[in-house]
Design a binder for this molecule. Structure first.
Ligand code: HEM
Length: 472
């Protein structure tokens, strides 16, 4: 049989009208459009628009090839690194939007802030920030939970990594982040084709967002430089770091890393929690088991880091929520040389879209994939999960640097909130995923707060995960 050089895929869009039509399809229902094609063509297919070809993959073996085995043959895609139209417009050359030797150097520099020992010290700050958020909820009956999760996780990343309290500026930073999210994820036909020098309302909003962020971050850098002390936080590490020639990072590079961590470090965790509340509100049995675990282990007190290993069901709930709604649902690469992949030749310059969303819902690897079933991640079941069919944090050298940080944060926040409140969807609210840079609930997540009675003290011996596990 002759070797095919291109995988199958929908009809190529050759002229401008066809390209616009294709973009509209993407824009209208990105998840539906890609899922339909994955179901039809399998774990690798292509999309052609004009001279551009993009491969889409969800097959675990191919994900492993691209992110691990042949990782050195790929760079991040233009969505990240293009200085005019990619994420780099806003983040500059921070960790997410960098490649090659420079990325390696920066990753080495930032990594110590995420070592296990270091992260453990952040638990107390995470608990305090969540407690402050819950204090603000007193007397309220409905809230946009998306707003709350975004604000809470932003406070945490800024306080833990940069050792500053941004309560005063949280709204400005939060608004700026939201504007950037919309700009990056919009895929809008107009934004794509209109020359960059033409101002549009969206461009004006993103320009303001960047200037707000710059003003805040450069001021913080100025204050740190003046003090010049090593406070043990990430900002001190970035400012004091020296390369082999003895030169340090410019203010611009420090700014780029800081803004990258603001963005990458809060929105993803907030969305993990959003989808967890959404699923809990519709799965009473799972919610009851979660409450039982929390009440029995914590007996009404605040959690500590040491408690987390005794709250395994809560962690399983988070993992299952990230399976159905991976915040980083799609991430891209570009081949920097010709590569063999799944029997096809990926020509140099071709983009590859890796769909965590499709891999996580593939019936070949997941039994009843649409069902919310945290027990999939119980230790006895987790070992049967197909490798690389579950990639909420990516894989290989570019794997999320904040993986453990995020899991600890989501775990602490989930148990603290579920200990105090039961959240229900506001009547009439239809929740739909909005696949922007990360996957968000479209229009926010409006929920009713029902205070739980946490004074009930349960003997800790009554805690037994086995007794709580539900069979299929
Ligand atoms: C549940 C929360 C999170 C999810 C689902 C998530 C997901 C991801 C994924 C999938 C990637 C890899 C993208 C790719 O390969 O192209 C990534 C990279 C990254 N993440 Fe996260 N992330 C989360 C939380 C965090 C946190 C809390 C931080 C920092 C405080 C963070 C910082 C980063 C950075 C800097 C990178 C780029 C790493 C590199 O390329 O060297 N993330 N994240």
């Amino acid at each position: 049989m002759a070797v095919q050089t291109l995988p199958p895929g929908p009809q190529a869009a050759r002229n401008i009208l066809q390209i616009i039509q294709l973009m509209r399809q993407f824009q209208a229902d990105l998840l539906g459009f890609t899922s339909k094609n994955f179901a039809h063509y399998g774990g690798i297919w292509k999309i052609e628009a004009g001279k551009e070809t993009q491969y889409m993959i969800s097959d675990p073996d191919l994900i492993q090839e691209v992110t691990v085995k042949q990782a050195d043959k790929f760079h991040k895609s233009a969505d990240y690194v293009d200085p005019d139209r990619g994420l780099a417009r806003f983040l500059g050359s921070g960790l997410l939007t960098n490649d090659g030797e420079f990325w390696k150097r920066q990753r080495k520099l930032v990594a110590p802030a995420f070592h296990t020992k270091r992260i453990e010290a952040y638990a107390q700050t995470m608990v305090e920030a969540t407690q402050a958020m819950l204090n603000n909820w007193k007397g309220k009956h409905t809230l946009d939970i998306d707003d709350e999760m975004m604000r809470g996780t932003l406070q945490i990343v800024v306080k833990t990594l940069f050792n500053v309290d941004i309560s005063a500026e949280a709204t400005r930073i939060g608004d700026a982040m939201t504007a950037l999210q919309h700009m990056v994820g919009s895929n809008s036909v107009i934004e794509t084709f209109l020359p960059l020098w033409i101002p549009t309302p969206q461009r004006a909003r993103s320009k303001k967002a960047v200037s707000d962020l710059d003003e805040i971050v450069y001021r913080l850098i100025g204050e740190w430089r003046k003090k010049g002390e090593d406070n043990g936080d990430l900002m001190s590490m970035l400012l004091l770091a020296r390369d082999d020639e003895g030169s340090g990072m410019s203010d611009k590079q420090v700014r780029d890393e800081a803004v990258t961590l603001f963005l990458a470090g809060h929105d993803t965790t907030a969305n993990t929690l959003n989808w967890t509340w959404f699923m809990l509100a519709q799965n009473a049995e799972v919610e009851a088991k979660l409450h039982h675990e929390i009440d029995t282990v914590l007996e009404g007190r605040l959690p500590t880091l040491a408690d987390l290993r005794r709250l395994p069901y809560a962690e399983m709930v988070i993992k299952e929520s990230m399976r159905l709604f991976p915040p980083a649902y799609f991430f891209g690469r570009v081949a920097i040389e010709d590569v063999q992949l799944g029997g096809y030749t990926v020509a140099k310059g071709t983009s590859i879209g890796i769909s965590a969303y499709a891999a996580h819902r593939d019936p070949r690897w997941w039994n009843e994939p649409e069902r919310f079933q945290p027990e999939r991640f119980a230790p006895e079941n987790a070992e049967n999960i197909r490798k690389y069919s579950y990639i909420p944090f990516g894989a290989g050298p570019r794997v999320c640097i904040g993986n453990s940080f995020a899991m600890m944060e989501a775990h602490l926040m989930l148990v603290m909130i579920a200990q105090r409140y039961q959240l229900r969807l506001s009547p009439g609210q239809v929740v739909k995923p909005d696949p922007l840079l990360t996957m968000k609930p479209k229009g926010g997540l409006h929920m009713l707060l029902q205070e739980r009675n946490v004074s009930r003290q349960l003997p800790v011996d009554s805690y037994q995960l086995d007794a709580m596990a539900v069979g299929d």
